[in-house]
Design a protein around this ligand. Structure first.
Ligand code: FES
Length: 278
């Protein structure tokens, strides 16, 4: 059993939980995830470790209430316990030797960016961060990102906080200026990562994406995280979650994950046009 030491809403639908999980905290690295089960009869779901404290034995998870299990998890309060936590799982992000990095996060994907940015900043890399949200009510971790970056740009689609527009606009501005990055790391909605990668490919900057957002059971068995990487089928939960963003077939992945169907063709095309026009 794993005790919840802290619970806080980052926005109406996104919750941060700090959990006592000594063994995970001892071994976890940025980019890795856990699989948890809320109670005896619950399903197992993967969640990225958003932060950790090895001395205190704590890990932090940040999740959006999006289905039955996250809803169940959201009902737990401080001092209550989660039945099972397994991990750390997945391959850690490869961050050694990076001196200057641009991180582009979108929505709740920013929670996955956070430990990567923190690790790089702590290890004296120059860290630039762009985060994007639909509006001010959905913004998370802006103060935290400011504290671990040399440059931080917040965007909202409607301009209600930070710069108005999508993350691709400041991204292109930075790449057009004299900024040179060893690597760009982007994590967020598939459609955002697709357009970020299209831009960075044009500028020939190595780009890593985390396919964590498409994972379902995290065990390599459900097939939900299958992704075409340079013509080869890979599984985000086993082979990743990080991949070379320039090799990912995003269109196929988006279709496979039914986003395309749920979304309605028109809404999908409208969003594509938004990115193309930004
Ligand atoms: Fe199910 Fe990877 S999440 S196979």
């Amino acid at each position: 059993m794993f005790e919840i030491l802290e619970k806080r809403y980052l926005n109406e639908n996104v919750i941060l939980m700090k959990i006592l999980a000594t063994n995970v905290a001892k071994n976890v690295m940025p980019g890795q995830f856990i699989i948890l089960r809320v109670n005896e009869n619950g399903e197992r779901i993967p969640l990225t470790v958003a932060d950790y404290n090895r001395e205190k034995g704590t890990i932090t998870i940040i999740f959006q209430i999006a289905g039955a299990t996250t809803k169940l998890l959201s009902k737990l309060e401080e001092n209550e316990k989660i039945k099972d936590i397994a991990g750390p799982l997945g391959k850690p992000s490869k961050l050694e030797g990076l001196k200057k990095v641009l991180i582009v996060g979108g929505g709740v994907g920013c929670a996955i960016c956070y430990p990567i940015a923190k690790h790089l900043f702590k290890n004296n890399a120059t860290v630039h961060i762009i985060t994007g949200f639909k509006n001010k009510d959905l913004v998370i971790l802006d103060e935290e990102f400011k504290a671990i970056s040399n440059k931080f740009i917040l965007t909202t689609d409607d301009g209600s906080k930070g710069e108005k527009g999508l993350v691709t606009k400041p991204l292109e501005n930075l790449l057009n200026s004299n900024e040179k990055y060893d690597e760009i790391i982007t994590i967020g909605p598939l459609i955002m990562m697709k357009f970020v990668c299209e831009i960075t490919k044009k500028y020939n900057v190595k780009t890593t994406v985390s396919m964590n957002p498409i994972m379902i059971d995290g065990t390599g068995m459900c097939g939900g995280c299958r992704v075409n990487v340079g013509g080869k089928i890979r599984f985000a939960c086993v082979d990743g979650p990080d991949f070379n963003g320039h090799l990912i077939d995003f269109d196929e992945t988006i279709k496979r994950n039914k986003i395309y169907e749920n979304f309605e063709k028109k809404a999908y095309e409208k969003t594509c046009n938004l990115y193309k026009g930004s």
